[in-house]
Design a binder for this molecule. Structure first.
Ligand SMILES: [Zn+2]
Length: 269
C-alpha cells in the first residue's frame, strides 16, 4: 500500500465481449493438481485478453490464485502435514518473540506461538479456496439488466508489506448480461481474496475481474474503503485515515452515467 492517501486507482482493461460465457462448474480439490487435463479446460484465463495485469493473473489456470504453489501444498496436505506446518510456523514465532526480548517460557506466552500459527493460517485461508468452489451453482439465468449493488461488505485482510491487518468495507456492483450471481456469493468472493496477503489495489481488482469472468456482465464496479494498521499505528501515524480504491470494468468504465449512478447509490455524490 502506498503511504500517500487517499489513493484512487482504477486502471483496468475493458471486458472483452467477444467470447461467450463458459459454465462455472464446481471442481473437486483433487482435480486441482497437475497442469493438464480437466481443470485447464475450465480456465478463465483461456478467455482473457492479454494485458500487463493478466500476465500476472488473479485466477490461476486451475481456479486458485497465486501464489498457487504453496496454496496447492496447503490444500493437499494430510492432517499430519498440517500439524507439522503449524509447528514450523510456531517455532518461527518463538524466534521472533525471543529476538524481540521476550521470555517465551513465561505463562502468558506459553501457547502464543501455536495460537498465532493457527490465527495466521485462518487469516490466510483464502489461499485454499478456489473460485469454482466458492461460486458452486449460484449462477442463474435472469432477464435483469439493472444495476445490482451489495454495499458494506466487511473485509479483513493482511498487508503483504508489513504483515499487519487492513480492514474496511467493500462495495460491489454489476450490470447483468442475462446471468446473475447469488447475492451472498459477492461477499464470499471478497472473503476469498481478502483472506490472503494483499495490497488493497490488487484485492479490489481481483474481485472485479473474478466477477467479470464468472458472469460476463455488462460491467463491474468494486470500491473498497479500508484502514491500514501499518499506516495508522506506525510511521506517519495518520489516525483515522482511510484508503479508497476502485476498479471499474465494462460499462462502468465506458459510461459516465452508469458510473455516476453507482456512486450516487453508494452515497458518494
Ligand atoms: Zn502495510
Amino acid at each position: 500500500m502506498a503511504e500517500d492517501i487517499p489513493v484512487k486507482s482504477s486502471q483496468d482493461e475493458a471486458i472483452n465481449g467477444t467470447f461467450s460465457p463458459k459454465p462455472i462448474l464446481p471442481i473437486k480439490k483433487s482435480k486441482l493438481t497437475g497442469s493438464s487435463g480437466l481443470a485447464n479446460a475450465y480456465s478463465p484465463l483461456l478467455t482473457r485478453v492479454a494485458s500487463p495485469y493478466t500476465l500476472n493473473p488473479p485466477i490461476d489456470s486451475d481456479g486458485l490464485s497465486w501464489p498457487s504453489q504453496g496454496a496447492r501444498d496447503r490444500i493437499e496436505q494430510s492432517p499430519e502435514e498440517a500439524k507439522a506446518r503449524e509447528q514450523r510456523i510456531a517455532e518461527a514465532v518463538k524466534t521472533i518473540l525471543v529476538e524481540l526480548g521476550e521470555d517465551t517460557s513465561r505463562e502468558g506466552l506459553l501457547e502464543t506461538p501455536e495460537r498465532y500459527a493457527r490465527a495466521m493460517l485462518y487469516f490466510t485461508k483464502g489461499y485454499e479456496d478456489n473460485i469454482r468452489d466458492v461460486i458452486k451453482r449460484a449462477v442463474f439465468e435472469e432477464d435483469h439488466d439493472e444495476m445490482v449493488i451489495v454495499r458494506d461488505i466487511e473485509v479483513y485482510s493482511l498487508c503483504e508489506h508489513h504483515l499487519v491487518p487492513f480492514f474496511g468495507k467493500a462495495h460491489i456492483a454489476y450490470i447483468p448480461n442475462k446471468k446473475v450471481l447469488g447475492l451472498s456469493k459477492l461477499a464470499r468472493l471478497a472473503e476469498m481474496y481478502s483472506r490472503r496477503f494483499q495490497v488493497q489495489e490488487r484485492l479490489t481488482k481481483q474481485i472485479a475481474m473474478a466477477l467479470s469472468e464468472i458472469l460476463r456482465p455488462r460491467g463491474v464496479a468494486v470500491v473498497i474503503e479500508a484502514t491500514h494498521m501499518c499506516m495508522v499505528s506506525r510511521g506517519v501515524q495518520k489516525t483515522g485515515s482511510s484508503t479508497t480504491t476502485s476498479c471499474m470494468l465494462g460499462c462502468f468504465r465506458d459510461q459516465q452515467k452508469t458510473r455516476e449512478e453507482f456512486l450516487t447509490l453508494l452515497g458518494r455524490k
